[in-house]
Design a protein around this ligand. Structure first.
Ligand SMILES: [Cu+2]
Length: 466
């Protein structure tokens, strides 16, 4: 994967901005972290977590937990193989860490409590990462993550390739917030056990921290959207009528080839890059709607809600050569012929007069690490014994989802994947030479807090004990 090569760019010019109307993405602009190091191969930024007021609804101020006073936090951009140094200071009233979701980096920098003591209020920590794979990633706390992400702590992290991007690009961070009429947030542990068990979905839908923002489009002109689901519990299915949708990347960067899709589906933690092109028949205003994904599998879906609006510019239609479905990236299936299969069972468990969530029969508070070895490939069989969905996330290692015959389900790298209720999902994972302690968990962060989280010890050569 490290040597992934963009063999051929889909027929698009680099994002010069000429195709789109001026300021086409201003309505969803995100702050950018400023690089303080003149070395072209080092991105050195400062980041500060603090409580700050934000106006989510007109005239109503909400105190959110932020990075640098922004929600989402500033977008971090680094080129694949370069160094990203983040000088972080915690000015929150609580301890925190930062986890770099999806990045194949050293365990010591992963930001989980396995490898790092929480950063206390007033304290600082410098993260240094060298991301090996281009793609759309994000960052968020891994200490009280359900509470802290739910209050606004998340941001995009884009690892760029050496090649130009596929068209004019925008980052879309999807999230929600639980806001009362007076503008204050509902408590992070609102409704106690019920909130944990069902997952806390906010009542205000946000795209890049804004309610119902607008993006300009132009008939025939492709836009690349890098979409991140940063919600603590909400699943998204988005419909974009009268637009051509081509997925070009998922969690771990480019797909082997673009694929046509009918809607955009993202479970918590998941990412997707999609090239969106308005058809001639697209209305002058297209409301992009959120649709329920029925994660309880009960056939009942809630009413759609408006998420953002595409406003067609009055520029004449843009025409360019038909897009190609040529190979965008070398992709090699992992060799699973000698791989051992590890069963990971997601379930419920009675404990102390209540129900908690568990992995292999153990809630996180009582779990022991499972051991794997550097240099081996394993098949993980995720067995969901509950009747509802769990988006499964593995830290530090990307994987390839398999079907029941060990064939690839798609030629893509994933780190977060939905496991439907009462179903089994299999993936192949290779443990490259990054030993240490890692985590895996449900990315409904309330479920992780209720116990659906586990530890993985990747044992290096010559390191046979822990
Ligand atoms: Cu779950």
């Amino acid at each position: 994967m490290k040597n992934a090569l963009l063999i051929l760019l889909v027929a698009c010019s680099s994002g010069s901005g000429q195709r789109q109307a001026k300021g086409w993405a201003d309505g969803i602009a995100l702050g950018q972290a400023e690089d303080q190091d003149p070395d072209t191969h080092i991105v050195d930024v400062s980041l500060e977590a603090r409580v700050a007021p934000r106006e989510l609804r007109p005239g109503v101020v909400t105190e959110l937990w932020t990075y640098d006073g922004q929600v989402p936090g500033p977008t971090l951009r680094v080129r694949r193989g370069d160094v990203l140094r983040v000088r972080f200071t915690n000015h929150l009233p609580a301890p925190t860490t930062i986890h770099w979701h999806g990045l194949r980096i050293d365990a010591a920098m992963d930001g989980s409590e396995m490898t790092q003591a929480p950063i206390q209020p007033g304290a600082s920590f410098t993260y240094e990462l060298t991301p090996p794979d281009a793609g759309t990633y994000w960052y968020h706390p891994h200490h009280d993550s359900s509470g802290q992400v739910g209050q606004g702590l998340y941001g995009a992290l884009i690892v760029e390739d050496d090649e130009p991007p596929l068209g004019d690009e925008a980052v879309l961070v999807l999230s929600d917030a639980s806001v009362k009429d007076d503008g204050t947030l509902r408590p992070p542990n609102d409704t106690g056990w019920f909130g944990d068990y069902f997952g806390r979905e906010g009542n205000v839908l946000l795209v890049n921290g804004r309610v119902l923002p607008e993006i300009k489009t132009r008939t025939g002109a492709p836009e690349r959207w890098r979409i991140i689901n940063a919600s603590r519990a909400r699943f998204y299915e988005l419909s974009v009528p009268d637009h051509v949708l081509e997925q070009v990347a998922s969690d771990g960067g480019l797909l082997e080839r673009p694929r046509a899709i009918g809607s955009l589906r993202l479970v918590p933690g998941e990412r997707m890059d999609v090239v969106v092109t308005p058809k001639p028949e697209a209305a002058s205003r297209t409301e992009v709607m959120w649709h329920d994904m029925d994660r309880y599998g009960i056939g009942y879906t809630r009413d759609p809600e408006r998420l953002f609006v595409l406003v067609k510019s009055d520029l004449p239609p843009w025409s360019e050569p038909a897009r190609s479905d040529a190979v965008m990236r070398d992709f090699s299936p992992l060799d699973v012929s000698t791989a051992s299969t590890r069963r990971i069972e997601l379930g419920e468990k009675a404990a102390g007069g209540t129900t908690v969530l568990a992995i292999n029969g153990q809630a996180y508070s009582e779990a022991l690490p499972i051991d794997a070895h550097v240099g081996t490939t394993e098949i993980w069989e995720i067995v969901n014994t509950t009747s509802y969905d769990h988006p499964f996330h593995l830290h530090g290692f990307s994987f390839q989802v398999l079907d029941t015959k060990n064939n690839l389900r798609a030629r893509e790298w994933k780190d977060t994947v939905n496991v439907r209720g009462k179903s089994t999902l299999r993936f192949a994972v290779y443990f490259d030479d990054r030993p240490g302690m890692w985590m895996f968990h449900c990315h409904i962060l309330d479920h992780a807090a209720l116990g659906m989280m586990g530890m993985l010890h990747v044992i290096g050569h010559g390191d046979t004990h822990r």
